[in-house]
Design a protein around this ligand. Sequence first.
Ligand SMILES: Cc1cc2nc3c(=O)[nH]c(=O)nc-3n(C[C@H](O)[C@H](O)[C@H](O)COP(=O)(O)O)c2cc1C
Ligand code: SF4
Length: 499
Amino acid sequence: MLPWWAWVLIVIGALLVGTTLIDIFQRKHSIMRNYPFFGRFRYLFEALGPPLRQYIVTSDLVERPFNRLQRTWAYRAAKGELNAMPFGTQLDLETPGVIKFNPSAFPTYDVGATDECEPIVLGKNRAQPYGVKHVANVSGMSYGSLSKNAVMALSEGVALAGGYMNTGEGGCSPYHLQGGGDIMFQLGTGKFGCRTPDGRFDPDKFKKLCENPQIKAIELKLSQGAKPGKGGVLPKEKITTEISEIRGVPMGQDCHSPNRHIEVNDVDSLMEFCDKLRELSGGKPVGFKTVLGGEEFIRDVARYIAEHDDGPDFITIDGAEGGTGAAPMSLSDHMGLGLQEALVIADNHLREAGARKKVMVIGSGRCITGAEVAIALGLGADLVHIARGFMFALGCIQALLCDTNHCPTGVATNSPWLQRGLVPSEKKVRVANYLHAIHHDVMMIVRALGVTHPQDIGRHHMSMIVEPGRRVALTEIYPTTMKAFHETRVIRRDKMPAA
Ligand SMILES: Cc1cc2nc3c(=O)[nH]c(=O)nc-3n(C[C@H](O)[C@H](O)[C@H](O)COP(=O)(O)O)c2cc1C
Ligand code: SF4
C-alpha cells in the first residue's frame, strides 16, 4: 500500500504529463506548443499584469517599439475581440506630440453602416489596374526573415479577408502564393527571384513571374526605414536548397545584396526602370519604396510625374521608425525622416507640382492601430502598409530575438520545432480579423469626422498637443502652399481647406 503523499505525487505527475501533452498538441497558442506547460505561465502573468502593475514594474505606455496598450489592441483585434476600453483612455492627453482628431458636430449618418468603401486604385490608367479594398495591407517581409508557417498564415489570412501581402525582397515563395490571395511583388537590390547568376536583373524571369495573376502590383525597393542605404547579407548557413531556388542564389556561399540598384542612380533612371518593369509585367501598377531624408528627391520625382504620363503609379514612404529582422543601430536611430514628417513633405511636393492625382502614396512606420493608420492617411497617405502589427496578429510577443533564430513564437525563425508552434490554419483567421479590424476602425473615424471615405481625412481634421494645455491645428504645424492646397488626390481629396 502506497503512503498518501505518494498518491499526491502520482496525481501531480499525471496532471503535469497530461497538461504537457495537451499543450504540445493544441493548435491555438504558439508559446504553449513550443514551451509545453511552462508556456502557461505567460498567460498567468498576463492576467496578473494589470492589477500588479499599479504597484511594481512598467506602465502600459513605456515599452518600445510598441507599448502594451498598442500590442493589446493588435492582439484583441486579431482575436476578433471588441476593442473597447473600460473606464476611459489611459493616454495622457496633454503629452506633447499626441494627435487628436476633431470630431464633426454632424457625423456621417450611420445606423449599422458597413465598412465597405470605394476601392483605392493603383495604376488606374494602366493595362492592369489594381483596386485595393482595405486601407491597410501587409508590408514587405521576406520568406527567410519570417518563417514558412508565418508566411503561409499571412498568405491565407489576406486571401480570407480580401487584402494583399507584399513579398519583401527575398523573392516570391510558394508559401506567399499558397493562400491564393493578392500579392505585391517586391524587387529588392539583390533581384531575388529574377536575377542573373551574377546578380543583375533578369527581365525574362521577371516577365515570367508577373504572368502569375496573383501578382497585382510591383514595388521596387530603394530603401527601408530601419536601414537606409544598407544592403544585406544572407549567410551561407541560411541558404537551404529551397531558399537557393526561390531567390536564385547559389548554395555554399554568402549572398550579398548591394545597397542600391545598379540600374538606378538618379531620378530619370528610376523613372525609366519603373517603366521597364511595368512594360515587362504587362501593365501592372509599379511603384517604389523609399525613406526620405530631405525634400529635393521627392520634389524632383513629383515634377517628373507631373510632366510625364509614365513613372511610378505609387510611392511607398517608409518612416525611420520602421522595423526589420536586424539593423545597425546607427542607421535605425539616426538615419531618415519619421513617417509623419515624410508623408507631409511628399504630399506637399506632389500637390505643388500638380502630380497628386497621378500617383498614390503608401505610408508605413509604426502604425498598428486603426487610429494610427487614420493619422497616416490624414497626413497624406492613400494606403498604409503594416509589418509588425501583422507579426503581433501571428502571435509575436516582442521578445526582440528576431535575429537569433530563437523566436519563441515561430514567427521569425527557421527552427522546425519553434515554427511548429505557429499553426497557419489557426493564425490565418487572426490575420484576417486584424485586417478587418484596422479597416473597421478607420471607417469609424471617417464617419466621426463627418466624411465618407478614408481619402477624405486631411490635416484639417487633426491637431497636436505641443505643450500641456496647448493644442495647435496640424494645418498650422504642417502648412501647404495655396497651389498645393488646390491640387487634389486621385479619387477625392478636394475638401482640404486652405491653411
Ligand atoms: C521581420 C521584418 C522583415 C522585413 N523585411 C523587409 C523586406 O524584405 N523589404 C522591405 O522593404 N522592408 C522590410 N521590412 C520593413 C517593413 O516592410 C516596414 O517597411 C517597416 O517595418 C515599417 O512597418 P511597421 O512599423 O508596420 O513594422 C521588414 C520588417 C520586418 C519587421
Ligand atoms: S523574436 Fe520576438 S520580436 Fe521577433 S518575431 Fe519572434 S516574438 Fe516577435
